[in-house]
Each structure stands twice: as structure tokens, then as C-alpha cells.
Design a protein around this ligand. Structure first.
Ligand code: C2E
Ligand code: MG
Ligand code: MG
Ligand code: MG
Length: 272
């Protein structure tokens, strides 16, 4: 097509890049507006104890209630938020909303996702202050960090994680197994748990490779004294298999899809 149009493939590439840049700018401006107008929402997905299936908490997941495009998922706007330096605002909003959730539901626990980019030295003090201001026990909050976003050896990150752990806030490595230097984090960073990426769960129980990885990571978590959670559990078979491997907690469509607060705490009903 490039030749027929008299251009080179390089030209096509440039057009594609420009299109992408345009899309980014559009989404970015739209997102700035959305932040001001309060269009971001938080959905909560239950986390259950794999041994008996009881709900131990929730993961907070950001959504964008777009006036024209409908409810947008993180994959439709988070990369743009990252590039535009807006992800801190997004994460801050989700944290604030989640602390409100904890205040309204006194026995609930919540895990929030945080870009490691937000660990700039102000994160732990902000969390400490916000928890204190609301009178919330720190162990009701967990912070999930994407393995891929962590910078090993960065002293500010490490200090932040140490401060969070000292507060009693849980710190999980999210999507565990998909990053590059997984094991060095376990040695260096004061994390309290890990969450197995759903790509290792998807082909259970049939796929022998996934089976061995899941079993090995469960043992690893146990050896390091870390909490173990797996994500993306979609069938009863997977749940049984992971429980037998020693996994403590799980989340996934089998147990509950992410939904707004009212789904889990219908209007009027308080507590957990
Ligand atoms: P994550 O932290 O690994 O979250 C789990 C994702 O898996 C969620 O996608 C959830 O809806 C989805 N999921 C849960 N159970 C199942 C299942 O059984 N099967 C399948 N196929 N998927 C399942 P979601 O909500 O689209 O979020 C995607 C990612 O966006 C999250 O992955 C997290 O990395 C990021 N994210 C979400 N909220 C925030 C936020 O507030 N701040 C930041 N920085 N990142 C966020
Ligand atoms: Mg997560
Ligand atoms: Mg995850
Ligand atoms: Mg994931």
C-alpha cells in the first residue's frame, strides 16, 4: 500500500506514529478534563481465602465513566496517564476513594495499585497521614506494585517501601513472574506478599509448565514468609488446584468480577 501510494514504508511508519501521538494528545486532554469533572470511578474485586472461600478483602481497580465512550478500562487510558505524568493523580484519587470505602465498611480491607513512579519520597508519609486522619488501622490497606515498574536499587523506592512496611501497610509485588529480576526484589525489598500473574493461572490445571511455575512460586512465597495470592482464577478446577498447591488467597471471575461499591454493600447495608 505504501508503494502504491508513492510513499515509502518509512512514510507509513511516520503516519502511524503521528496518529498515535494525536490519539495520545486527545486522550490526555480528555483525561485532564475527566479528572476535574470527577469521571473516574473505583470498582472493587473480592479477594478470597482459598482454603474456605471466605472474602478477605478487595482490590480497587480504576474505571473511567466516560460521558460518550462508556465505562473505560485501565488499558484504555492508563498508558496515556503514565506518559502524561497524570498517573499519580489517578492513583491518589483511587487511594482516597479506597480509604473512604474502608471508613464506610469497618471490617473490609483494600489493595490499591500504585505505579512505582509514585514512590518519590512523599507517598508513604501521605498514606500515613491519610490513614491517621481517618483513624484507620494500616493493616487494612495493601499497596500493589507492578514488578515491571520497580527500579531495583533505587534508594528512594526502597525507603518508601520500608516506611510502608514499618507502618503495617501490606506491600505486594503484582503480576509476579512477568518482570525481569523478580528474585532480586525478594532479597532486597521489604515486601509482604506476592501476587501471581494470571498468565500462569490461565492454563491450569492442564498445562504442566504453568503447573510447575505456580507450585514453585507458592513454595517460594512460603519460604520467604510472604503472603501468596493468585489472580485470574476463572474456574472451580483452578481454585482447587491452587489451593492444593498451598496458595493462600485468590481473586478472579470465578469468585467475583470487579464491581462498584454498591454491588458488595447494597445501599443502606453497612459493615462487611
Ligand atoms: P492487575 O492489578 O493485575 O488487576 C487485575 C486485572 O485482572 C483487572 O483488570 C481485573 O479486572 C482482571 N481480572 C480479574 N479477575 C480476572 C479473571 O478471572 N480473568 C481475567 N481474564 N481477568 C481478570 P483491570 O481492572 O482492567 O486492570 C488492569 C490493570 O490496570 C491492573 O492489573 C493494574 O495493573 C492496572 N490498574 C488498575 N487500577 C489501577 C490504579 O488505580 N492505578 C494504577 N497505577 N494501575 C491500575
Ligand atoms: Mg493489582
Ligand atoms: Mg495483578
Ligand atoms: Mg495482572
Amino acid at each position: 500500500a505504501a508503494k502504491a501510494a508513492g510513499g515509502s514504508s518509512c512514510r507509513v511508519f511516520t503516519d502511524a506514529l503521528r496518529e498515535r501521538a494525536d490519539r495520545r494528545l486527545t486522550v490526555e486532554n480528555d483525561l485532564r478534563r475527566a479528572l476535574q469533572e470527577g469521571e473516574l470511578r473505583v470498582h472493587y474485586q473480592p479477594v478470597v481465602d482459598l482454603r474456605d472461600g471466605h472474602r478477605t478483602g478487595f482490590e480497587a481497580l480504576v474505571r473511567w465513566a466516560h460521558p460518550r465512550r462508556g465505562l473505560l478500562l485501565p488499558e484504555q487510558f492508563l498508558d496515556v496517564a503514565e506518559d502524561a505524568g497524570l498517573v499519580g493523580l489517578v492513583d491518589g484519587l483511587v487511594l482516597e476513594e479506597s480509604l473512604g470505602f474502608l471508613t464506610r465498611h469497618p471490617t473490609a480491607r483494600v489493595a490499591v495499585n500504585t505505579s512505582a513512579r509514585c514512590l518519590d519520597g512523599t507517598f508513604a508519609p501521605t498514606v500515613a497521614r491519610d490513614l491517621d486522619r481517618r483513624g484507620l488501622a494500616p493493616d487494612r490497606l495493601t499497596v500493589e506494585l507492578l514488578e515491571g515498574s520497580l527500579v531495583p536499587g533505587d534508594p528512594v523506592t526502597e525507603a518508601e517501601l520500608r516506611d510502608l512496611a514499618a507502618l503495617g501497610v501490606g506491600v505486594l509485588i503484582d503480576d509476579f513472574g512477568t518482570g525481569y529480576s523478580t528474585l532480586s526484589y525478594l532479597r532486597r525489598l521489604p515486601v509482604t506478599g506476592l501476587k501471581l500473574d494470571r498468565s500462569f493461572v490461565a492454563d491450569l490445571p492442564q498445562d504442566p509448565g504453568s503447573d510447575r511455575i505456580a507450585a514453585a512460586v507458592a513454595r517460594l512465597a512460603d519460604d520467604f514468609g510472604l503472603t501468596s495470592t493468585c489472580e485470574g482464577v476463572e474456574t472451580a478446577d483452578q481454585a482447587r488446584h491452587l489451593a492444593a498447591q498451598g496458595w493462600q488467597s485468590a481473586q478472579g471471575f470465578h469468585f467475583g468480577v470487579p464491581g462498584p461499591e454498591e454491588r458488595w454493600f447494597p445501599a443502606g447495608a453497612q459493615g462487611a
